[in-house]
Design a protein around this ligand. Structure first.
Ligand code: GDP
Length: 334
C-alpha cells in the first residue's frame, strides 16, 4: 500500500515512534525500518519525558513530524495493576494527552493510538466487538489502566470530530515477544510462565506454580504481528480507515481470533521447556477477567490477519529469552 506524500516537501515521511524501547515500540521500529521512504524518529525517556507537557510541545514544534505511533505507555500484569492503579492512570493519561494534543497543535498528518483489550466490559459478549466499549462495568483489577486507554480512544475521536484530525486507534489483545517484561511480579502471564518453566528445568524443581485457577481464557498475539497490523492500519487511506470506523466508534481490534485457557498456555510452555514435573495452581492469586477474546472482523475486512501461530511464537520467544534475559537472573538458576 502506498503512503500519502509527506508534508515535508519531497523529503521522507517523518515518523515518530513514541515508546521505541518497549516491546511494542521496538517491534514497530524493526517493521518500519523495512520502508526506505520513512525517516524514523525516536527519543529515550531521558531525552524526552512524555509526562512533561512543555517538553512534548517543544519536541513536536521542532521536529516536523508527519506520523505518530503512540506506543509509549505504563503497562503491567494483573498484580502490578492492582497494586499501583494511581501510577497506571496518571502516567498513561499524561503521556497520551500530551502527545495527542501536541500532535494536533503541530499539524501532524496521522496518529495511531495503541490501546488494549482490557477497555471492554468484564462480562462483554465474546468475541468482543468494537462497539461493546462502554456497554458495562470494567474488570476491577485493571480498571484504572482501562479508563486511561478509553480516554485515549475518545481523545482521538474528539479531535477528529472537532478538528478533522486523522487520529486512529488500535486495540491489541494480550501481546508477547522479544523485549517483554519477564519480571515475575510486574509482568504478564506469558513471559512470567516462560521464566518460571525455564527456571524450574534449570534448577531441577519438581513444581511450577501458576496463579489463579488456570480457567481464565486469553488471546495472545506476537508483537511482530501487532507491529505489522499497526503499520497496515496507519497506511490505510483516510477513506479506507473511516469507512469501517465511525466518528463515535473509531478503534479497531487486533488479535488472532483464537484464545486458550491459562492452564493450556502453561501446558504448551511446559512442553517447550522440557519440564517433566507438576503444575500447581494457586487459588489465592486473582483470576481477573474470565475471558478476553477479540472479534477481529473489522481488521480482517481491511485486509490484515495474524501470521504467527501461538506455538511458533512461544518457541521463538522462549529462545529469545534464553539468549537475552536469563543472564540477568542468574541467581535463580545457579
Ligand atoms: P490480565 O490479562 O490483565 O488478567 O493480566 P495477566 O497477563 O497478568 O494475567 C492473566 C491471567 O494469568 C490471570 O488469570 C493470572 O492470574 C494468570 N496467571 C497465572 N500465572 C501467572 C503469573 O505467573 N503471572 C501473571 N502475571 N499472571 C499469571
Amino acid at each position: 500500500m502506498s503512503l500519502t506524500s509527506s508534508p515535508n516537501a519531497a523529503g521522507p515521511c517523518r515518523v515518530y515512534v513514541a515508546g521505541h524501547l518497549g516491546m511494542v515500540g521496538s517491534a514497530l521500529v524493526r517493521k518500519l525500518e523495512m520502508f526506505r521512504e520513512h525517516s524514523i524518529i525516536t527519543r529515550s525517556r531521558q531525552e524526552l519525558d512524555l509526562t512533561r507537557q512543555s517538553e512534548v510541545e517543544s519536541f513536536f514544534a521542532d521536529e516536523h513530524i508527519d506520523r505518530v505511533y503512540l506506543a509509549a505507555a505504563k503497562v503491567g500484569g494483573i498484580k502490578a495493576n492492582m497494586e499501583m492503579p494511581a501510577d497506571f492512570i496518571r502516567e498513561n493519561l499524561q503521556i497520551q494527552t500530551h502527545v495527542i494534543h501536541a500532535a494536533f497543535s503541530a499539524g501532524v498528518e496521522r496518529l495511531l493510538f495503541l490501546g488494549s483489550s482490557c477497555i471492554y466490559p468484564r462480562l462483554a459478549q465474546q468475541p468482543m466487538l468494537e462497539d461493546a466499549l462502554m456497554s458495562g462495568p470494567l474488570e476491577p483489577s485493571n480498571e484504572a489502566y482501562a479508563v486511561a486507554k478509553i480516554a485515549g480512544i475518545k481523545m482521538c475521536e474528539s479531535y477528529r470530530h472537532q478538528y478533522g484530525c486523522d487520529f486512529r486507534s488500535v486495540m491489541p489483545t494480550n501481546l508477547y515477544g522479544p523485549n517483554d517484561n519477564f519480571d515475575l511480579d510486574s509482568g504478564h502471564v506469558l513471559p512470567a510462565l516462560l521464566r518460571k518453566f525455564y527456571t524450574a528445568v534449570a534448577t531441577g524443581s519438581e513444581t511450577v506454580t501458576v496463579w489463579g485457577s488456570g480457567r481464565p481464557r486469553r488471546e495472545f498475539l506476537h508483537v511482530d504481528d501487532m507491529a505489522a497490523a499497526s503499520v497496515h492500519t496507519m497506511n490505510l487511506t483516510t477513506a479506507q480507515y473511516w469507512s469501517v470506523a465511525t466518528p463515535r466508534c473509531s478503534h479497531i481490534n487486533v488479535g488472532t481470533g483464537t484464545d486458550v485457557s491459562i492452564a493450556q498456555l502453561a501446558g504448551l510452555i511446559s512442553g517447550i521447556s522440557g519440564f517433566s514435573g507438576q503444575i500447581q495452581f494457586d487459588p489465592d492469586m486473582p483470576d481477573g477477567t474470565p475471558r478476553k477474546l477479540l472479534d477481529i472482523s473489522r481488521l480482517r475486512a481491511l485486509g490484515w490477519e495474524a501470521e504467527l501461530s501461538l506455538e511458533e511464537g512461544l518457541a521463538q520467544t522462549y529462545a529469545w529469552m534464553v539468549q537475552h534475559e536469563i543472564n540477568t537472573w542468574a541467581d535463580e538458576t545457579a
